[in-house]
Design a protein around this ligand. Structure first.
Ligand code: PEP
Ligand code: MG
Length: 557
């Protein structure tokens, strides 16, 4: 399984699956006694939960103390208390009134989106604690004295669960939900426990099954072999060493420069990009600016976000991808024309943009305005481009908006096969191996069951990458690689050998890739690429590439 690695390191151990089970109080449930007694019950329960949270925070100290203090304040928030009491006045029993008042509060936060939106899981936990108290139920607890450290798996973890966890008890966290700024992520980092969030399918892991978690790559493996564990542990320590030892711009050992760039979803990830030595941004997924809204963000709001990113890299490259909405990232205000039985094959990315030209124009002009007076090189590219005609149309729209460097992503097989005709009408291309794999193998990227077809080492995928990269180099145009595969140091060398001129990845992967490139010549990378393409299975392709990249062993990779 793969999620988002939010706290680096390797953790392994038996799974402890935390399933929260405070059932929803029945809709319309009423009480029999006096309203005032019912209200008193609620006030006491809210007070007790707030008190417990504060006490836990005091015991835990540090970051947890602050977080739990804030949560105690939420539980006793006057607005919330008034909401609960007025529902009681309307006849609802205390547990149901609490349930509904929290729901209102939660919708409000979710509507705000962003950081506050990610606090939604915390609110559910607070609500469940109050309801459990009112209904005399026990909350599911965590093992306090385990025989060996466990991998804690949950839908999402609330600060109250994690605050008192001890590093000696927990080998890693994995959550199905949650984002990089969820409290799980924040606390995991402050505890120094490896963590992966947004990992679909995590809750299906059986209790007690052995699990290996890579908090850097986001990989979660069930029932790993001893050698899987040994390799992961040695890779993690190599990564730590690489982080300490290599710095400076990306280049091969014979001096071929390969700028190493970061994939980000917004300005909030710039710190991580800079901390890991990104030379620029290779993929700014701008849809995150739109996702939690019910309307197109204003020109000022867009310009501000774009400018913040551009200003972080004076003299560097910043590749901004225009809105990639649709499919798994639907926007309520940009609906597809008709219901889509296969959204991944529907109106997504550039296709949606063509139908909403105003949204497109507002984004392109906000980008042009943001670039004014900044010193980064702004490259703007479109997602989900299938044909040369689409590429030409997009480049023309960019030109009209005053954008000088225009490109397209190569993530649809048709675009890779005819890359020559696309690359001649734009200034650069960037290969998105995530979608290119999805569409090449007709394997939905969100389906864990088809993971083996999502493997970037599939020789068919390597052939398409090679084809696109060759078309770019034949035409003297840059070719980036910005799918997750670039984060694998072995694949990163192969991508360079196939002709990628820049690599872009999650920030935390940059140091390892920088170290891997610095250990090999361009010729070695080319040999590795040839060897991988000559293989017939992904496993053989990776092994063949490794056999040409002897410096990996020197790094312990
Ligand atoms: C890709 O498809 O490889 C890519 C980089 O874009 P995203 O993952 O945002 O679809
Ligand atoms: Mg994509």
């Amino acid at each position: 399984m793969r999620g988002v690695g939010v706290s680096p390191g390797i953790g392994h151990g038996p799974a402890y699956v935390l399933s929260v089970s405070v059932p929803e109080p029945p809709a319309g449930a009423t009480y029999t006694g006096e309203a005032d007694d019912e209200k008193e019950r609620v006030t006491a329960a809210l007070g007790q939960v707030a008190g417990e949270l504060e006490a836990r925070g005091n015991r835990a100290g540090g970051e947890a103390k602050e977080i739990l203090k804030a949560q105690a304040l939420i539980v006793e928030d006057p607005g919330l208390v008034v909401g609960v009491k007025s529902l009681i006045d309307r006849g609802l029993a205390a547990p149901r009134a609490v349930y509904e008042a929290f729901a209102k509060y939660r919708d409000m936060l979710a509507g705000v989106g962003g950081y506050l939106g990610e606090r939604v899981a915390d609110l559910n936990d607070l609500r469940d604690r109050v309801i459990a108290l009112l209904t005399g139920q026990a909350l599911p607890g965590l093992p306090t004295d385990p025989v060996e450290p466990y991998v804690l798996i949950a839908r999402d973890l609330a600060p109250a669960d994690t605050a008192l966890l001890h590093k000696d008890y927990v080998a890693a966290f994995v959550t199905e939900e949650g984002g990089p700024t969820s409290h799980t992520a924040i606390l995991a980092r402050s505890l120094g426990v490896p963590a992966v969030v947004a990992c679909p399918g995590a809750l299906n892991v059986p209790m007690g099954a052995r699990v290996l978690v890579d908090g850097t790559s986001g990989e979660v493996r069930q029932e790993p072999t001893d050698s899987d564990v040994a390799r992961a542990v040695s890779e993690a320590s190599a990564r730590k060493r690489a982080l300490r030892e290599t710095s400076g711009p990306g280049r091969t050992s014979d001096g071929f420069e390969v700028p190493l760039l970061a994939n980000i979803g917004g300005p909030g990830e710039l710190d991580a990009a800079l901390a890991h030595g990104a030379e620029g941004i290779g993929l700014y997924r701008t849809e995150f600016l739109f996702l939690d809204k019910d309307h197109t963000p204003s020109a000022e709001e867009q310009e501000r976000a774009y400018r913040t990113v551009l200003e972080a890299f004076p003299g560097g490259k910043v590749v901004v991808r225009t809105l990639d909405a649709g499919a798994d990232k639907p926007l309520p205000f940009l609906p597809p024309l008709a219901a889509e039985p296969n959204p991944a094959l529907g109106e997504r990315g550039l296709r949606l943009f063509r139908r909403f030209p105003d949204v497109m124009r507002s984004q392109l002009s906000a980008l042009a305005a943001a670039a004014e007076g900044t010193y980064a090189q702004l490259d703007v590219m479109a997602p989900m481009v299938a044909t040369a005609e689409e590429a030409r149309w997009f480049a023309e729209q960019c030109r009209e908006a005053g954008l000088t460097s225009r490109g397209v992503m190569i993530e649809i097989p048709a675009a890779a096969i005819r890359a020559e005709s696309l690359v001649t009408v734009v200034d650069f291309i960037s290969i998105g191996t995530n979608d290119l794999a999805q569409y090449t193998f007709a394997a939905d990227r969100t389906l864990a069951a088809l993971g083996r077809l999502q493997d970037a080492w599939q020789p068919a995928l390597l052939d398409l990458v090679a084809r696109a990269a060759t078309a770019a180099s034949d035409n003297g145009k840059p070719c980036g690689a910005c799918g997750e595969s670039a984060a694998d140091p072995v694949m990163a060398c192969v991508l360079v050998g196939l002709g990628a001129t820049t690599l872009s990845m999650s920030p935390s992967a940059l140091p390892t890739v920088r170290a891997a490139l610095a250990e090999h010549t361009l010729g070695e990378c080319e040999l590795a690429a040839q060897a991988a393409r000559a293989a017939t299975t992904p496993a053989h392709a990776r092994a063949a590439a490794r056999s040409c990249l002897l410096g990996l062993a020197r790094l312990g990779l």
